[in-house]
Design a protein around this ligand. Structure first.
Ligand code: FES
Ligand SMILES: [Fe+2]
Length: 363
């Protein structure tokens, strides 16, 4: 699926939002799991987590247990974290370093390239019928040190899935130096899409985020929809545009807030080299897990300098303000008072997101 704003805008005029049952109906989330989360690129980690041979971490994507492991041959791979013998979840730890993975049930062991090492309960003649049993691979791609997986074996390659996004990202001079510094999670009492909606407009910023509007030049705030992603932020110099030659300089000075279909947000603030990712993962139709990861040049949280610490505190405050809002919104989604909302013309990035949701759900 590729979103092209000009094309889609001609086909459909959005004045009213999609109906609120999309935020409250468990059946909608079931469909989204199949049609959105099982078919899109999902950020699961950063290469700094798996630098050494045998280093691994486990992840959960659309309810599927996965393991990402650097082989003893130095190759990074992703597998379903499921034993081919009888389906037991193979590795229970969140991360670690192993040369051999062992299933707890009947003791089958696997090499770090996913091949079967030993199946103790299949000896002699039995051994022949399981010799090809190996862990099932998952599509995985790494760009700018970010590790993405996609459960859809036929998915468009990551590099082709988000227009010129990775080009833009690579233009930040510090991007290749960033390490994964800190990760935290928070359970939010709202549908995953409510948080994305909130992220995709800044009309609420003046009311909800006084420190944010104080820090950034809001007169030049822009929201631009692109292929399967959008970017918003300020442009300090009036003669510069996103996507033009001096993109990098403009972005550096103003701060950039990216959204990537369907549930990934990447923010870069002015100041020291920094990035934060937010993945909004549905727990159920009215509860979501927000996974916040901070990336700085320093991977030790304690060793961050004051500017970096201030930046994290600033981002945390803005987020807390947003979470309050989306939790209140979820209460209203459940109400019989209204079944749809209104879009302002400044909310085109939400329109893009909603069009993509509806298209994915075949509506
Ligand atoms: S289920 Fe894994 S060894 Fe039997
Ligand atoms: Fe906000």
């Amino acid at each position: 699926m590729a979103y092209n704003k000009v094309e889609n805008a001609a086909n459909r005029t959005f004045e009213r939002t999609m109906t609120y049952d999309k935020y409250t109906d468990p059946k909608v989330l079931d469909q989204e799991m199949d049609l959105i989360f099982s078919k899109s690129w999902q950020l699961v980690g950063h290469v700094s987590q798996v630098e050494k041979a045998g280093a691994f971490f486990t992840a959960d994507v659309a309810g599927e247990p996965l393991i990402i492991i650097r082989g003893t041959d130095e190759v990074l791979r992703a597998f379903y974290n499921v034993c081919p013998h009888r389906a037991t979840k193979l590795e229970k730890s969140e991360n670690g370093k192993k040369k051999i993975l062992q299933c707890m049930y009947h003791g089958w062991t696997f090499k770090t390239d996913g091949k079967l090492n030993k199946a103790p309960n299949f000896q002699g003649e039995d051994a022949a019928c399981v010799q090809d049993a190996c862990l099932r691979s998952v599509r995985m791609e790494v760009l700018e040190s970010l590790i993405f997986v996609n459960l859809d074996d036929n998915a468009t390659p990551l590099i082709d899935s988000y227009g010129d996004f990775f080009d833009r990202l690579s233009k930040f001079p510090f991007i290749s130096e960033l390490k994964r510094t800190h990760r935290k999670t928070r359970v939010i009492k709202a549908n995953w899409k409510a948080y994305i909606d909130n992220y995709l407009e800044c009309d609420h910023c003046h009311i909800a985020h006084p420190t944010f509007v104080d820090a950034l030049d809001m007169n030049d705030y822009q929201i631009i929809t692109c292929e399967n992603y959008s970017v918003q932020g300020t442009i300090v110099k009036a003669d510069k545009q996103y996507g033009e030659v001096n993109l990098n300089e403009a972005e550096m000075q103003g701060g950039s807030f990216f959204w990537l279909w369907p549930n990934l947000m990447l923010t870069i603030y002015p100041g020291p080299g920094n990035m934060a990712s937010i993945e909004m993962i549905p727990i159920d139709h009215e509860t979501s897990l927000a996974v916040y990861t901070y990336y700085f040049r320093e991977d030790n949280l304690e060793a961050l300098n004051q500017d970096e610490k201030d930046l994290m505190a600033f981002a945390e405050q803005v987020r807390a303000e947003d979470i309050d809002l989306v939790e209140l919104e979820q209460i209203g989604f459940r109400s019989r008072a209204f079944n749809k909302g209104h879009y302002a013309s400044s909310e085109q990035a939400i329109v893009q997101f909603h069009e993509m949701v509806l298209e994915a759900l075949n509506e």
